[in-house]
Design a protein around this ligand. Structure first.
Ligand SMILES: [Zn+2]
Length: 140
């Protein structure tokens, strides 16, 4: 086997019945999607944290402020916090998926081991469970 053929074999991803095999371009697209999501989420978290730090420092000098202002800045702070934690969750999912891709385990459901399906992965590159398992886990 040539080095090139070994490389091709390493990126062979599973598909569901009736789906066309992954092309190299499609694999590259999924990888780029994951990588750019990771960058985007990292930036979003940094922005939310900077915003939070600002809100918190405002809060510490806020003695004697109108209670309505305090209420709205608490609201803002809660929003920034949930934004940051959502972004962090998305970041972790993307990093996890990218790791699986690099290990050659990408595309198999982590729960049942069946192929997740190309169509689903192209829509949600960070998916690590098939639709059926995902729905079951959400119902729990
Ligand atoms: Zn499954």
């Amino acid at each position: 086997m040539t080095a090139k053929a070994a490389e091709d074999a390493a990126v062979q991803l599973p598909v569901r019945e009736g789906e066309d095999p992954w092309t190299d371009e499609e694999v590259v697209e999924v990888r780029e999607e994951l990588t750019s999501e990771i960058e985007r989420m990292t930036r979003a978290i940094a922005a939310a944290e900077a915003e939070l730090a600002e809100l918190l420092s405002e809060g510490s000098v806020g003695a004697g402020r109108d209670p309505a202002d305090v209420g709205s800045s608490n609201f803002e702070r809660d929003q920034e916090m949930s934004l940051a934690s959502n972004s962090r969750e998305m970041l972790e999912q993307n990093q996890h998926a990218l790791r699986l891709l690099e290990q050659g385990k990408y595309g198999y459901c982590e729960n049942c081991g069946q192929p997740i399906g190309k169509a689903r992965l192209q829509a949600f590159p960070r998916a690590t469970m098939c639709v059926a398992c995902k729905q079951r886990s959400e119902r729990r």
